[in-house]
Design a binder for this molecule. Structure first.
Ligand SMILES: [Mn+2]
Length: 353
């Protein structure tokens, strides 16, 4: 079923006769339009893409199922002209800012605006075969880059230089950009789950956590590996093995019908039993697609059932303040039988000498 068809089916079941979309990822998902400015109005029969002069030609090429309207600076005036008779309009309450909401409200005084949480993100959670192949490519690029960079990392290097080398290598391999600001965190900084690359030099005796990803045709990858600089001591080995076991235990368990919170519990119970529960302070993972963080999550409160076609991260970690931390993150696709690990980079503890 086409994406618009799925959306219209959902509109019908929610009792809305139109949907208004502005969020860049939703807009791209529904229309194919990749530019920076446009909004979509989807009705039962018609679908409009409103943009300005800069994007008219591009929109006509990319959004073939949409009637493209040059709305100039008057998006809401143009919207009102094609919205006659709409009674209930769905909109992105978690994205539309107050100013745009007010303008929408004023432009359509007779229309009831209805915020339906996760309306498009629910559709996006089950990836279609085209999306899966783009995600595979995004993961592949990250794996390839890691293969190069992890072999070239040297003690004394700057964290920022490792991040730069990774991004350069991925862009060379076909990525359009970095999926987020890379985390390259060594030593005590590796206890910061989101420690962005800094000017710190990496030193012998430290853990080095690297969390990075590529964007390929809009789709993101997200991977984390932790290396040890110099031969690991007993505590480093112990903590690494616990995190690796948690990652593997989840992969062995993931299957359709499992709740997000049940997946999280598999890793959390293992880490708790090992005595490090208080040092695993974030959720186990999240879905990935056009955005790095999508629904559903794998965390302690997620009730969503996993379904075939969902692509999620599995990223348990242990972070000990003033000492360091380990995270191991793979991207995994839920299949009919269980799951397929998309990430191919090795996970046994790699020692940099
Ligand atoms: Mn992640």
């Amino acid at each position: 079923m086409s994406r618009l068809k799925k959306l219209r089916k959902r509109m019908l079941s929610e009792g809305i006769d139109a949907y208004y979309s502005m969020a860049p990822e939703n807009r791209r998902y529904l229309s194919g339009f990749t530019g920076s400015t446009a909004s979509l109005l989807i009705l039962a029969q018609e679908a409009y893409l409103l943009t300005d002069f800069r994007y008219i030609e591009q929109a006509k090429q990319e959004a073939e199922n949409f009637t493209v309207i040059n709305a100039g600076n008057e998006i809401f005036t143009a919207l009102a002209q094609v919205s006659a008779g709409i009674k209930r309009l769905g909109f992105e309450g978690d994205y539309l800012n107050f100013l745009d909401y007010s303008r929408l409200r004023d432009a359509l005084p007779q229309t009831e605006l209805v915020y339906l949480p996760h309306f498009i993100t629910d559709l996006r959670s089950r990836k279609d075969p085209m999306e899966i192949s783009l995600l595979r490519r995004a993961v592949d690029i990250a794996d390839q880059a890691w293969g190069h960079i992890s072999d070239s990392i040297r003690i004394g290097q700057k964290e920022e230089d490792i991040a730069l080398d990774l991004e350069f290598t991925m862009r060379r391999a076909g990525a359009s950009g970095a999926a987020f600001d890379f985390i390259v965190a060594s030593g005590k900084r590796s206890a910061l789950p989101h420690g962005r690359a800094s000017s710190k030099l990496i030193q012998k005796g430290e853990f080095l956590t690297v969390d990075f990803g590529a964007v390929y045709q809009g789709y993101c990858s997200d991977i984390t590996r932790t290396l040890v600089l110099g031969e690991p001591d007993e505590r480093q080995k112990e903590i690494y093995e616990i995190v690796l076991a948690a990652n593997q235990a989840v992969i062995d368990t993931l299957q359709p019908g499992l709740k997000g919170r049940e997946a999280d519990a598999v890793a959390r119970n293992l880490i708790c039993k090992a005595g490090y529960g208080e040092f695993f302070g974030h959720g186990l993972g999240h879905a990935v697609g056009l955005s790095v963080h999508e629904k559903p999550s794998l965390n302690q409160s997620e009730e969503t059932l996993l379904e075939p076609g969902m692509v999620v991260t599995v990223e348990p970690g242990i972070y000990i303040p003033d000492w360091g931390g380990v995270r191991i993150e793979d991207m995994v696709m839920i299949t009919e039988e269980g799951c397929e690990v998309l990430t191919n980079s090795p996970k046994s503890l790699k020692v940099i000498n």
